[in-house]
Design a protein around this ligand. Structure first.
Ligand SMILES: *[C@@H]1O[C@H](CO)[C@@H](O)[C@H](O)[C@H]1NC(C)=O
Length: 159
């Protein structure tokens, strides 16, 4: 006969199984928490959402960073700088053109989407911090945000 404690264990197992089924699929975009580098009011570009795919990231493989943002100024040309920090130590930095692929410049005031694909050649770590800066070429910083980048280890043979 089932004792109260054994039926409790069965309930726990069931609950755990349900949690596993409901876990988000890492192939889908996950909005991440981000912070502005300084007060948002100082920036001409506001960020609404940051999605990272896959999430957690797999380092040494392409990672897609999708950003939804809006601008209050025309952006004639610009660049996207991404820096990866381990604490205060900068381990990676790379800058690409803002106006490329699906992004046609000038970007007029209003909403726009940014999709950055980066391959970050770092060993998998539980957490890095990414700092992403949008600059209008040769001019001011349009926006700057930072967010945590958890990464997951994928064994070489599984790649
Ligand atoms: C990221 O943005 C690109 C370009 O807009 C889009 O094709 C892709 O589906 C987006 N990825 C996710 C996971 O939202």
């Amino acid at each position: 006969m089932a004792t109260p404690s054994s039926s409790f264990s069965v309930l726990l197992l069931l609950a755990a199984a349900i949690c596993l089924i409901l876990l988000p699929d890492s192939a889908h975009a996950t909005p991440v928490d981000f912070q502005y580098c300084v007060d948002e009011v100082l920036y001409r570009v506001s960020v609404y959402e940051v999605d990272i795919t896959p999430y957690p990231a797999v380092l040494k493989k392409p990672i897609t960073f999708n950003i939804s943002a809006s601008t209050v100024v025309n952006i004639q040309a610009g660049e996207v700088e991404m820096e990866v920090y381990d604490g205060k130590i900068r381990l990676y930095s790379g800058t690409t053109e803002l106006c490329k692929g699906d992004i046609h410049c000038p970007i007029l005031p209003g909403y726009f989407d940014l999709s950055e694909v980066r391959t970050i050649m770092l060993p998998s770590g539980p957490f890095y911090t990414v700092k992403m800066t949008l600059r209008e070429t040769g001019r001011f910083e349009l926006t700057c945000i930072s967010f945590k980048l958890p990464s997951r280890f994928v064994p070489l043979r599984a790649q």
